[in-house]
Design a protein around this ligand. Structure first.
Ligand code: ZN
Length: 431
């Protein structure tokens, strides 16, 4: 007779029971349960990964929990670690004065043309040392982590010279190495044409294509190449040249598209099968099916829209009805979105676009993972996924997406380790 010996799987940690577990796992998602929510759940973790998630009563016998650290979150909601899919994380200087200029009628593009806007941040960033930029980046990541964010996309674009752009990407590389939050770097040398190339913009574009992109790619300093595609910034024809060059060097593509005018950036992103197109206020609604065909994630940036006092909103409901994945992000930057709070961006987005909380939650987890090119690893609570988790002190997950700064996480886990823990969660208990 053969003896059956089952090897037990050792578990380091167990979150059990979890009151509300927002898995976003295909196994639990249904029409009635679009986020795959489980109540009275268990999440088992070994090393850096989730090894099992399901109802607590269903934990298979093959898991050995004898040495596991088991914690009770029966009064909490656990979400996948949040993902901020669009930030300009590293810069120096303030652009607060531009707010009053806009209130008095100057537009974003007029301020840029006068040498303000991005150009002002480029000057201030140039004056800051590597260490100063690094320290600011570390503190900003701390703030995001405390909100439950475990992965951040971050762009260069305030260097606008070969050395300046490489330096910002090196800062991002150091931040990714040293901070618990993962930083996905994007090269944005084509953020605008710097003033010194005003009369010969083609020379700057040649610098981006012939020097910056090859050096960034060679040193593996960026996962993506992005362009601020807009009339008066980088036109669609030039954007195409830059992105095609980046693609040839193995970089994935993103675009700042159709934010201030319908300049054709959204359509270009579909044609080039970019990973994401971001902003999209002026993207024409009847072209939305092209996004679906091109596999583009629509990244919405509601804080920038609100801060620039824009009247127009992207065709969000057409994106949703055509099955285009929609992500939401802060667009953290000093000029048009000085907002280091993804939770605030979520609530602004929910109101501005009239979208239900389930869309908002997917926009900072499942779909944001796709927008940063690491779906399959983050953005869900599922076996085989990274153990990136945010624990909120409420049972009703909708409060997280619809409360301005009131519901903050109690704990945040990155790769199986608690990286933020607090006993004081503010007013959340009273909600
Ligand atoms: Zn941006």
């Amino acid at each position: 007779m053969q003896e059956q010996t089952e090897t037990k799987v050792k578990v380091d940690r167990a979150l059990a029971p979890v009151g509300t577990c927002v898995t976003l796992s295909d196994r639990f998602i249904s029409e009635e349960n679009p986020l795959g929510i489980l109540t009275d759940a268990a999440i088992l973790i070994e090393g850096e990964s989730v090894v099992w998630v399901g109802k607590q009563d269903d934990v298979p016998a093959r898991f050995d929990l004898s040495a596991a650290d088991i914690q009770d979150f029966s009064r909490q909601t656990v979400l996948p670690g949040l993902i901020d899919a669009h930030t300009h994380l590293v810069f120096a200087g303030s652009r607060a004065a531009e707010f009053d200029m806009r209130v008095h009628g100057d537009t974003y593009l007029e301020i840029l043309a006068k040498g303000g806007g991005i150009q002002a941040t480029v000057r201030a960033t140039k004056e800051a040392s590597f260490d100063e930029l690094y320290e600011m980046g570390m503190r900003r990541l701390d703030v995001l982590l405390r909100e439950g964010v475990t992965t951040v996309e971050a762009k260069s674009g305030y260097g606008l010279s070969v050395e300046g752009e490489l330096r910002l990407l090196e800062v991002l590389e150091a931040l990714n190495r040293d901070h618990a939050v993962d930083v996905v770097p994007t090269f944005l040398g084509a953020h605008t044409v710097p003033r010194e190339y005003k009369d010969a913009p083609e020379k700057y574009v040649a610098l981006v294509i012939e020097e910056m992109i090859p050096r960034v790619a060679e040193r593996n300093l960026a996962a993506f190449c992005d362009v601020f595609c807009e009339e008066g910034v980088i036109d669609v024809k030039t954007s195409r040249k830059i992105l095609e060059a980046a693609s040839r060097h193995g970089l994935k593509l993103k675009l700042h598209a159709d934010q201030l005018t319908n300049s054709g950036g959204g359509l270009l992103s579909a044609e080039l099968k970019a990973t994401s197109a971001d902003h999209l206020e002026y993207f024409p609604e009847d072209e939305v099916p092209r996004f679906r065909e091109g596999g583009v994630v629509a990244v919405l940036l509601p804080v920038a829209a609100q801060y620039l006092m824009m009247q127009k909103t992207p065709p969000v409901h057409a994106f949703l009805s055509h099955g285009v994945p929609v992500a939401l992000a802060t667009d953290f930057n000093p000029g048009s979105a000085p907002c280091l709070s993804l939770l605030t961006a979520m609530t602004i987005g929910a109101c501005l676009y009239r979208i239900p909380t389930e869309v908002v939650i997917k926009g900072v987890t499942l779909h944001a993972a796709r927008a940063v090119g690491i779906e399959g690893k983050i953005g869900r609570i599922e076996a085989g996924y990274q153990a990136d988790l945010s624990v909120f002190p409420v049972r009703d997950y909708r409060l997280i997406a619809t409360t301005y700064g009131g519901v903050l996480p109690q704990r945040v886990m990155k790769r199986g380790h608690w990286r933020f823990v607090t006993e004081n969660c503010g007013p959340a208990e009273g909600l």
